[in-house]
Design a protein around this ligand. Structure first.
Ligand code: URQ
Ligand code: ZN
Ligand code: ZN
Ligand code: ZN
Length: 513
């Protein structure tokens, strides 16, 4: 009917998705807990407190018995990544859908250019893959997989024009993505100039290559060869070397997927001398399972556990939980990089051809709650720190993300600490038919998950919307926050008093105290 008058509905009668009250819950942030209600409007947290004045037409969720936490932030995913002749099974829709199902409301994926490929071109390709599919907000790290003056220029362009503030380097994957030490120096120097955060995959790729040749020559071709080619000292050596290079370049450093006790030890030692912040990240896989699966007679089973660095000895999960609890590690991610059985079978006769990667984006928070909170290793505040707030700080998303506070995005996980389930590929939301946490009984999972004010997990019912999420340009560190110092020749150049501590301090907030 042309030109019919638009019916004006009085504001108090407008029942809209965009007004939500979360009542009777217990708000948990990294620095404290309080019994408080949370009022949300237009995707933003407007009020946190008791006896709030709420307009009519507001939906109320009774959060009695639930913990109202910032939505999880997973700073390490690989959706729709093509590597080692295969493409990861979880695309940006299925991957972020699984993320939301598990309580994660922001992911950071990796743009990984081929050697010689323009970084900006690869970035644009990732945006095209992700923008119309993501169910939650996302940001991007960009991989520096080769080096030249043009790469340096494109790094600057990505920071200044595309909201990128973190770049990834590899010390492994020889001939594919690996850089030599001189190149690592140059990339880190450029990060310091751009006030961007360098991330690194720390394993000695040359030792891995030589060990692999010898193992294959000796007839060791099964998945167990993957772990044998790169033991803990191959990881710890690279962690130490990466920290030394960062220190020499006066650069902060974020070490991804720390997988072993030896690497934690190297990180702990580096912290005593590091002048700039040093972040250690681990994975849900590292605390949720171990390297005993590489000996499984079923190739599918063993190969499904192949990632780099590999899963380690049985006593590793407890040690890594302890490191997270005591701030020797700061962040838990997933490194979700899943492959279908047919793709893992590319390495049936040669373990070095097994595409690397495991699941984790859906179960990350429940596995951490089960292995760390239910065991008494950490309290809910530390859980929020390592699963959300620390990543928000490191990548300049805090306090917009990673905190339940007025003005923050309404990304929330309403956590039921009594909600029991058994993890299984039959029930998970991943695209693959294998789950490395299969059979793990977890007590604690989200009952509601709110993404930018929309209830996307509604009393256990998943109601995500493909394309609802948006790209998050992440600004460079606030100038005062970066703490970069001119190197002096004076051997006793102890860092000046105001230098941020090497721990993941709030040095990376956007200037907010
Ligand atoms: C490319 C990706 C593959 N996943 C893994 N950790 O093996 C990574 O190394 O982070
Ligand atoms: Zn890696
Ligand atoms: Zn099997
Ligand atoms: Zn990764």
């Amino acid at each position: 009917m042309a030109n019919a008058p638009v019916k004006k509905v009085p504001i108090h009668l407008q029942s809209s998705q965009n007004r939500l009250l979360i009542k009777n819950g217990r708000v948990v942030n990294e620095d404290g807990m309080e019994d408080a209600d949370v009022y949300i409007e237009d995707g933003i947290i407007k009020q946190v407190g008791r006896n709030l004045i709420i307009p009519g037409g507001t939906r109320t969720i009774d959060a009695t018995g639930l913990l109202v936490m910032p939505g999880g932030i997973d700073p390490h995913t690989h959706f729709e990544l093509e590597m080692m002749g295969a493409k990861t099974a979880d695309d940006f829709y299925k991957g972020t859908r699984a993320a939301v199902a598990g309580g994660t409301t922001t992911i950071i994926d990796f743009v990984l250019p081929e050697k010689g490929q323009s970084l900006v071109e690869a970035y644009n390709h990732w945006r095209q893959k992700a923008d119309n599919k993501v169910c939650c907000d996302y940001a991007l790290h960009v991989g520096v997989t080769w080096w030249s003056p043009s790469v340096k220029k494109e790094m600057q362009q990505l920071v200044e024009e595309h909201g990128i503030n973190s770049f990834k380097m590899f010390m492994a994957y020889k001939d594919a993505w690996m850089l030599n030490d001189y190149e690592l120096c140059q990339v880190m120097e450029t990060c310091v100039e751009l006030k961007a955060l360098p991330l690194i995959h720390a394993e000695n790729g040359s030792i891995i290559a030589r060990n692999t040749e010898k193992l294959l020559a000796a007839g060791v071709t099964g998945p167990e060869g993957h772990a044998l080619s790169r033991d803990e000292e191959v990881e710890a050596e690279a962690v130490n070397r990466a920290c030394v290079i960062a220190n020499q370049m006066n650069s902060p450093l974020y070490i991804v997927h720390v997988m072993s006790k030896s690497a934690v030890q190297a990180l702990r030692l580096a912290r005593t001398r590091q002048k700039q912040p040093l972040f250690g990240e681990t994975l849900a896989a590292t605390i949720g399972t171990d390297g005993s699966h590489y000996g499984n007679a079923c190739f599918r089973h063993a190969a499904a556990h192949v990632l780099s660095p590999p899963l380690r000895a049985r006593d590793t999960p407890a040690a890594i939980v302890d490191a997270l609890a005591h701030d020797d590690l700061q962040i838990i991610a997933s490194d979700n990089c899943t492959f279908h059985e047919k793709d893992k079978e590319l390495g049936k006769d040669n373990f070095s051809k097994i595409p690397n990667g495991v699941n984790g984006v859906e179960d990350r928070m429940a596995i951490l709650w089960q292995k760390a909170v239910n065991t008494g290793a950490m309290d809910p505040c530390r859980f929020v720190a390592v699963s959300s707030a620390a990543a928000a700080r490191a990548f300049h998303l805090w306090p917009r993300k990673g905190r339940v506070a007025e003005g923050a995005d309404a990304d929330l996980a309403l956590w039921d600490p009594r909600r029991e389930r058994t993890v299984s590929a039959h029930a998970h939301h991943h695209a693959v038919d294998f789950n490395i946490f299969e059979g793990t009984h977890v007590i604690g999972s989200p009952q509601y998950v709110i993404v930018n004010g929309r209830v996307c997990l509604d009393d256990g019912e998943l109601r995500v919307v493909e394309g609802f999420g948006k790209f998050l340009p992440t600004p460079p560190a606030a100038p005062a926050a970066y703490g970069a110092r001119e190197r002096t020749s004076d051997a006793s150049d102890a860092p000046p008093a105001d230098t941020p501590s090497p721990r993941a301090s709030p040095v990376y907030t956007n200037g907010t105290p």
